[in-house]
Design a protein around this ligand. Structure first.
Ligand SMILES: [Zn+2]
Length: 103
């Protein structure tokens, strides 16, 4: 399990995700890394087919709003609903949202 990082431009403070070499706002190549721990599910979609994949199992992805105001598309668990707050991490380089268990 890895932490998910987004880039914050050192020059104009714009947040960038996924990672880029240049800031789309000012062209700067200097970024600070900011870790993302959790976000709120805004919208859920189901990917039912994937080109070139015969044994594809339908999976849910969500548009997740982070506290920084930027949106991340992540794979989520089946039971996650819109409005849920999910823990976000990287799994094999892909963002994953996991339900924060209440105890
Ligand atoms: Zn910038």
């Amino acid at each position: 399990m890895d932490k998910l990082f987004i880039q914050k431009c050192c020059n104009c403070s714009k947040y960038t995700f996924p990672q880029k070499f240049f800031c789309s706002e000012c062209g700067s190549t200097e970024f600070n890394k900011i870790s993302i721990d959790e976000g709120k599910v805004k919208e859920i979609s189901v990917i039912r087919h994937m080109l070139g994949q015969k044994d594809w199992i339908p999976r849910k992805i969500a548009n997740i709003e982070t506290a920084l105001g930027i949106y991340i598309t992540a794979g989520i668990e089946d039971t996650a609903q819109e409005g849920d707050t999910l823990e976000i991490y990287l799994h094999n380089g892909a963002p994953i949202g996991k339900i924060i268990k209440e105890r």
